[in-house]
Design a binder for this molecule. Structure first.
Ligand code: SAM
Length: 441
């Protein structure tokens, strides 16, 4: 038997061994939907193995080693990590630039169901906080504003929190964390730090900002299983001027979708929404090796500067955010089709009226958009719809052109109303335009 064949047999044997383990009674594949009790094995991405020149592609399930099920049914990370220092027992923290993030071993084993991939690399922590500081002091509408109201989402074991406390103090920082173990640990470490034991998707950000008397500045190494929902919650809050900016980690692919230009395969709902609501920049890529346990994907640090109510209202040119959402989500549901075909079943318009509108030419741009175009506003300059707009694919329309499609289909509420009366509309925008209705207040 030649070496190639031997290697092939070895690989086949190894694969069958894995499949046998996965399908055994103790490690069987469990359903995806059970958040509390599903096996970490079940959420592993299928591993596509390419056998080079032999030209065989097969899909297998990978094994996640290290996850064990605790007595409460939760899957926790069991393996010892030699890079972690022992538990913190005093309130003193190491403020040197190379301080290793602390994971109180035994006290806070990472839970997969909460997306707990803790930062373990001090340099990455320092880079994230530096980018956050730049976002919060130098960009968007932030220059000149005091850094008085910082909110960390999901502080976990406190890798970022330690650095934030060192830099800004506990007075201006508050955290939102759903894991009671983390709330307890941070409470012991920083008795004067406000740590809300809450779900980030349930928080009323406008009320929080009102209490603070200023917009919030957000930072977080987000739990990836709810990244989009968190971002949508912040977009909703930006209607109320509740959030100025957010510097957050996310899966690299999600970041790529947020910054994708038109006609790119990554361009979709996230691109249209966040390029309309905010100025988005991808700061840098983060490898899996800086986390514990290591995720299977690359991550990115993204900075978002939300437009704020007045600029956002101007950008939306009078269309209702609900209608905008309706158009984008319907259009991208069938992204291979033309806009005309994908919007054929959009809810909220009678069939005859819809057909006529889908066959019609664009409506003239409102004066506010023409004015913005005259000042060189890049977003407004990309707002003009081509005559054959309905024969294009969704990914060919810019975010601004989606606003025009929405205006054409659903009309504009505010073209003939002044700024003051538009402000009165804010409450009826609702707090849950973008985030799922089942989440949040
Ligand atoms: N900030 C820590 C770090 O960088 O090491 C932890 C980041 S870890 C990726 C995500 C954190 O978000 C975890 O501490 C997890 O418990 C918390 N979390 C998960 N879901 C949450 C939710 N719905 N509301 C609040 N916190 C949540």
């Amino acid at each position: 038997m030649c070496r190639c064949h031997r290697l092939w047999h070895l690989l086949t044997y190894w694969t069958y061994l894995q499949l046998a383990i996965l399908n055994s009674p103790t490690n069987g594949l469990l359903p995806h939907h059970s958040r509390q009790t599903s096996s970490p094995l079940s959420c592993c991405h299928p591993l596509r193995i390419h056998f080079g020149q032999i030209d065989k592609t097969r899909t297998y399930q990978t094994i996640c080693r290290g996850w064990v099920q605790g007595s409460d049914g939760e899957w926790e990370w069991e393996e010892d990590d030699p890079n972690f220092v022992p538990a913190v027992t005093t309130t003193t923290i190491d403020t040197s630039s190379t301080a290793t993030p602390q994971l109180p071993s035994g006290k806070l084993k990472p839970k997969q169901s909460l997306g707990q991939n803790f930062l373990k690399d001090p340099n990455t922590v320092a880079k994230i906080v530096r980018a956050f500081h730049d976002d919060a002091t130098n960009r968007g509408n932030r220059p000149g504003k005091p850094l008085d109201s910082i909110v960390e989402l999901g502080p976990g074991a406190g890798a970022l929190t330690d650095r934030l406390v060192t830099n800004y103090g506990t007075d201006v920082l508050q955290c939102i964390e759903v894991d009671p173990r983390s709330v307890e640990i941070l409470g012991e470490r920083y008795p004067s730090l406000l740590v809300h034991h809450a779900d980030v998707l349930q928080v009323n950000y406008p009320a929080m900002a009102e209490q603070e008397g200023q917009p919030l500045v957000i930072i977080g190494n987000l739990p990836y299983y709810i990244t989009s929902q968190i971002l949508f919650a912040l977009a909703d809050a930006s209607h109320y001027g509740a959030v100025d900016c957010a510097t957050v980690t996310m899966q690299w692919e999600v970041a790529q979708r947020m910054v994708a230009p038109t006609c790119c395969k990554d361009y979709g709902i996230l691109s249209v929404v966040f390029q309309t609501y905010a100025d988005v920049r991808c700061h840098f890529k983060i490898p899996p090796t800086v986390f514990y346990p290591q995720p299977k994907v690359d991550s990115a640090l993204v900075g978002l500067h939300f437009l704020g109510p007045s600029n956002l209202r101007q950008r939306l040119a009078g269309v209702r955010p609900q209608d905008f959402r309706n158009v984008i989500t319907t259009a991208f549901r069938q992204r291979r089709k033309t806009v005309r075909n994908s919007l054929k079943k959009i809810p909220g318009i009678e069939a005859d009226e819809l057909k006529a509108k889908l066959d019609s030419l664009p409506v003239p741009l409102p004066q506010s958009v023409l004015n913005a175009q005259n000042t060189g506003d890049v977003f407004a300059l990309s707002q003009t719809l081509p005559d054959n707009w309905a024969s294009k694919r969704p990914e060919e329309l810019t975010p601004a052109q989606f606003i025009e499609v929405t205006r054409l289909l659903f009309g504009s509420r505010t073209t003939d109303r002044n700024e003051e009366s538009q402000q009165e509309d804010v409450p009826d925008l609702g707090r849950k335009v973008w985030r799922k209705l089942k989440h949040g207040i």
